[in-house]
Design a protein around this ligand. Sequence first.
Ligand code: C2E
Ligand code: MG
Ligand code: MG
Length: 603
Amino acid sequence: MMSRPRACAAADDVGTTSTEPGDATSPLEPPLTGTWVQTLLGHSEDLITLLDADGAVRYQSPNLERLLGFLPGELYGLPALDLVHPEDKPDVERLMDALLADPDRAVSAQFRVQHRDGAWRWVEATARNLLADGQVSGIFVNTRDVTERAAAARELRHQAFHDPLTGLPNRALFTDRLAQALRRAQRHGEHVAVLFIDLDHFKQINDTMGHETGDQVLVAVGQRLAACLPEGDTIARFGGEEFTVLLERTTSVAAVDLARQMLAAQRAPVALPRHDVTVSVSIGVAVSGPELENAEDLLRAADIAHYKAKADGRATVVLLEQPMYSQAMARLAMKFELQPAIEHEQLHLVYQPVIDLDDGRIVGMEALVRWHRPGAGVISPDDFLPLAEETGLIQAMGEWVLKEACRQARKWADMRPDATPLRMHVNVSERQLQRPDFVDQVRAALVESGLPAQLLTLEVREQALQARGDGIPSALRALRAMGVPIAVDDFGGRHSSFSALRHDAITLVNLDRATVQRLPTEATERAIVRSIAGLARTLDLDVVAEGIETGPQMQQARAAGCRFGQGFYFAPPLTAASVAELLAGTRTLDQIVDADDAVGDDA
Ligand code: C2E
Ligand code: MG
Ligand code: MG
């Protein structure tokens, strides 16, 4: 069906006689008709147009018909702009104005013009202002059809901004739209919400049913999510099994409401040719506000909320509240600062004495790591070790602790060649033990420092002893074979099991602080500790009562059969310099503990 373009409708208004080709009475008489130049122009790929200063067509070369379906002369006297697509018109008008303002100027542009059949064609036009040229006295326009090239470019652009599997916008397009939406929201005092949606257990689907099924599931989930979305809002495939949604002019209530609908939309199994697959999603929601006003922060906030949704048991929606965000940001900041802590020499060790409860002598020191965080003071391991584990930094940190503790122990042993040397207790985490080269690390620390293996004790938590697989048990056995004593740390809590003591690498049991502190008041606790100590004796293991803070705790621990003790009752963790003074005999333990500079935790 041919539809009449608006330009032709306009021609009716103007009157047909003045637009007839070759009309001798018309002031728009084509100047070139019938000449050999006209023949040449007819063979050109391009359409040549001459406009007057008002933009009306004065002449068009014969291939107008091939390009736009109009007969030569059909458009004479009409405003050329009438054929231009409404969306492109403002740009073309601007160019025309610029052209008219400057004689001799040339401009070019790509825009859409309407074919006689109503379809839009992409053209590339170059125009030159020859109004001042006495012979031409018009605007010369050279137009070429670039519809196919433009379509290819559009396709390329689409590919660059869309996910090939689901056809949804990709991360780049999403973040761009989010940034624009935030700017709009700020101007109008509105809010933007981001939903971060992650498919639960997707890896399992991929692993058990294959990637093809995984892809089909992703497509189906994307479609279900998109079906919930109000017109005009954006859903993107952000990466792997992650989708993001951008909601404009919204509130947290509306955003959570939509997230819940999206959750509910996944309830029915996805029907696939070979299997029906049941899926669920976890959704984090964050809404823009004074604290969250740029795209990166808002996305990160929604991501944090989605992690919380995963941690809450999956298949759920979590709206990010400000405290959660602040906490997560604080952790993130700490993580970044912790990274260079070793190179920047911000780590140090403090040493807490282990005491023989029979005679009060110091028999060993436990090395405890501290982080001097710039601007924040000394940070306890409980606050930064979980982060170090998460980032894998625990490996480098643990290696540094081992070397430093062995070096220190050797130095102290050398200070008193005739005395019984102190044992050095070093804590090691499960992650460290899992490392295949952990035994080599220990061996290297011993060799480098020259510390005999039996003077080092590695303290290992009970969970690490019970770890499945062969890695940790064989590492512990290898260490034991090297002569390194192994302690089970923090033993005796509610979840402890006697089976941990059966481990053949164990030589020492550290009774946990809470248990020790209950000894004076709870008879059951005393009975339990007596049995632990009895069993330990039978198995030829020593027991250290940790966290002794009072005389009665010390007496009860001793009465229950604990040979060694540690805790603030004897001494807090001390600096290396204080320990050196103690060993040199320049200060007693009491003097050191009473002095401010000696306690490691105040460093
Ligand atoms: P842990 O190995 O059980 O160390 C004993 C913890 O109890 C130390 O805390 C110590 O300061 C504290 N403590 C000692 N006596 C008392 C007392 O009488 N009362 C009270 N309330 N607390 C007492 P710290 O230094 O904060 O270390 C906490 C935990 O961090 C350690 O528990 C250990 O599991 C871990 N840790 C410390 N340094 C390292 C390290 O270099 N590597 C690894 N992997 N873990 C470490
Ligand atoms: Mg310990
Ligand atoms: Mg302990």
